[in-house]
Design a protein around this ligand. Structure first.
Ligand SMILES: Cc1cc2nc3c(=O)[nH]c(=O)nc-3n(C[C@H](O)[C@H](O)[C@H](O)COP(=O)(O)OP(=O)(O)OC[C@H]3O[C@@H](n4cnc5c(N)ncnc54)[C@H](O)[C@@H]3O)c2cc1C
Length: 426
């Protein structure tokens, strides 16, 4: 196979986890390529409109730091904003997430990735992954705007969120029969919620649902009753659910985007007919539906809900994780939340980032090996960033030593991560 370029590390997917993985690998001296299918780094944080990463703190102390925290706190500082008071941890967990400006986060990511010496290729996707002859890595054929190109990487990190690279490499993945609903976020303007008669609007909305022209979840997560106030109060941000579509491939993503925008259009048309909403405007639309769940790898280790909720300290732990179990559903109120017991801080084993039967291959982000309930908590951004940094460190060390990531002593991984500001479970 003709290979156009050689890299130590290739990160596929420049989202919450992938950006951090690429920066860590680059800062550790690995020749690194970052591939992203869109034109914007940041993934769900930017393209999905979920610009409130959490949770870096548990029970009043910081448990995730490193490169993700560096980008998040710099985004806040550069905007002249302030961080939440993390010591006041008895408040709702969502109040301890850090609101960031998506533009700043994306632009600071560009800057940090370039400063780390990483090559970036936007608007590109992998078309095939083949183990290189001699087993010294992967030949990855990329689909670019002007055709196919092939690059060799000693280690590949799948940070697509959807285990796309793992699937292309022929590694086993788990695709749940039912996935959590997705959400299309926007920013609605042109009304004053205090002036609206929400009870009347809800009654009109209910009648439209009963007539089959709207769905309750067009305007909230609740599948059982009209709650237009939820959507109007949040100005369309993270306030609806799009159900029953697995968006791990292009066909699924297409169905999801069309369904999400179709729902928003019918809601928009309905709302503009209501008193006080005649000038409703969709001032900003997230470029993509935010996707909560699609596929995960079968890892050498799998984090179960019991491991997660008991705060199991894995002997190969590479980072902490912290968030309630947070399963979005297509029935009832649309959400099942179970907070962790006070003092519990779960950890992530490196085995959950290593696909079973793989060589020179890692994952980072929400497609790590875990059961559905554990994944509903592990998928949040701070944890994805921490797994990204861990994968980037392992990949850089593995490429430098010419060994599989699993053969790099975990103490060496910890040492490199600490050098780059990460917090390692004790
Ligand atoms: C509506 C919603 C609300 C949420 N609320 C919160 C919250 O309150 N707090 C929180 O912390 N988390 C929240 N999350 C979860 C969190 O945002 C995501 O789980 C997390 O960002 C996933 O990170 P990731 O790096 O795995 O994937 P992503 O951030 O999605 O990054 C994947 C990247 O890979 C790219 N990509 C995908 N496929 C390919 C391919 N084949 N080739 C090349 N590039 C590819 C994508 O374009 C993207 O840039 C929410 C998620 C959703 C959808």
């Amino acid at each position: 196979m003709h290979v156009d370029r050689h890299y130590d590390v290739m990160v596929i997917g420049g989202g919450s986890a992938g950006v951090i993985a690429a920066i860590q690998a680059g800062r550790a001296g690995a020749k690194t390529l970052l591939i992203e299918k869109t034109g914007l780094l940041g993934g769900t944080l930017t393209n999905g409109g979920v610009n409130f990463p959490g949770l870096f703190h548990a029970w009043g102390r910081q448990v995730i730091a490193g490169i993700g925290w560096e980008l998040v706190s710099r985004s806040v500082a550069e905007a002249g904003e302030t961080l939440p008071d993390f010591t006041d941890y008895k408040r709702g967990h969502w109040l301890l997430q850090v609101r960031v400006n998506a533009f700043l986060y994306a632009a600071l990511s560009d800057e940090a990735v370039v400063a780390a010496g990483v090559d970036i290729l936007l608007h590109a996707m992998p078309a095939a992954l083949t183990e290189a002859r001699g087993g010294d890595g992967w030949d990855v054929t990329l689909c670019t705007k002007t055709g196919l190109t092939t690059c060799h990487a000693r280690v590949v990190i799948d940070a697509t969120g959807d285990a796309n690279a793992a699937s292309l490499a022929g590694l086993p993945v788990v695709i749940p029969e039912e996935t959590q609903p997705a959400t299309l976020s926007c920013l609605a303007s042109g009304y004053d919620i205090a002036q609206l008669d929400l009870a009347t609007i809800n009654r009109a909305f209910d009648a439209e649902v009963k007539a089959g022209r709207l769905d309750y979840t067009d305007a909230s997560w609740d599948t059982t009753a009209a709650n237009v106030g939820a959507w109007l109060g949040q100005r369309g941000a993270n306030a609806s659910h799009v159900h029953h579509i697995n968006a791990r491939d292009s066909a699924g993503k297409t169905r999801l985007e069309l369904d999400g925008r179709g729902r928003l259009l019918r809601l928009y048309r309905f709302l503009r007919r209501q008193p006080g909403l005649e000038k409703l405007d969709i001032a900003h639309l997230a470029p993509e539906c935010g996707v909560r769940e699609t596929a995960i790898i079968c890892g050498k280790r799998t984090v179960t809900a019991a491991d997660y909720c008991s705060g199991r300290r894995w002997d190969d732990a590479v980072c902490y994780a912290f968030y309630p179990i947070d399963l979005h559903t297509s029935d009832g109120g649309g959400l099942r939340v179970a907070p962790l017991s006070e003092g519990v801080v779960p950890t992530v084993p490196r085995g959950a980032l290593l696909p079973e039967g793989s060589r020179n291959f890692l994952v980072a982000g929400r497609c790590l090996s875990s059961d559905r309930l554990a994944n509903s908590a592990l998928r949040v951004q701070a944890t994805c960033m921490a797994t990204g940094q861990a994968a980037g460190a392992m990949a850089a060390l593995s490429a430098a030593k010419g060994v599989d990531p699993e053969e790099v002593p975990v103490v060496n991984v910890h040492a490199l991560l600490r050098e780059h500001g990460a917090i390692i479970p004790e």
